[in-house]
Unconditional design. Structure first.
Length: 156
């Protein structure tokens, strides 16, 4: 079934690419990740660690090397819960079920809930927005309040 210009087959191929890119990222293979996941010039990120929205994706060797050091090793499987497509856009709502050695921490669950927005043009799919958070495991309303206030009890 076609959704404007984007077909279900197009979305299925995109999902497979997302799986491969997630595995490359958590494994620290940033060159493969950036080859698989083209970021649009107007890309925005709502990072899983919070903070203000970020614009753009730094493709410099220095930035990719730093990300490769941050994501040392791991494994990922992307579970897509819903996809939406219309015109030249596709949205994936998913959980990246993953574990890894990330940020110098020992191997642990690093699963994220993600919403990915892609735009299709003549050169292929481009990621225009990623929203990720670590709330795969439900937390209490009190814990949500602590996070919303930024009051982590560490004096910050």
């Amino acid at each position: 079934m076609a959704h404007g210009q984007v077909t279900d087959a197009d979305v299925a191929r995109l999902v497979e690419r997302v799986h491969e890119a997630a595995q490359a990222l958590i494994g620290g293979d940033l060159r493969t990740y950036t080859a698989l996941m083209q970021h649009a010039d107007d890309y925005t990120l709502l990072a899983p660690s919070g903070g203000e929205p970020r614009r753009g994706f730094d493709r410099s060797d220095e930035a990719l090397d730093a990300m490769a050091e941050f994501f040392e090793s791991g494994a990922s499987e992307v579970q897509v819960f819903q996809s939406y497509a219309s015109g030249d856009l596709a949205v994936l709502v998913a959980v990246e079920r993953q574990h890894g050695v990330v940020g110098g921490l020992p191997d642990q669950d690093w699963s994220l809930r993600v919403t990915l927005v892609f735009r299709l043009d003549d050169s292929g799919w481009h990621l225009v927005h990623r929203h990720a958070d670590p709330l795969v495991h439900e937390i209490s309303h009190e814990q949500v309040g602590v996070l919303a206030r930024g009051d982590m009890g560490d004096g910050q």
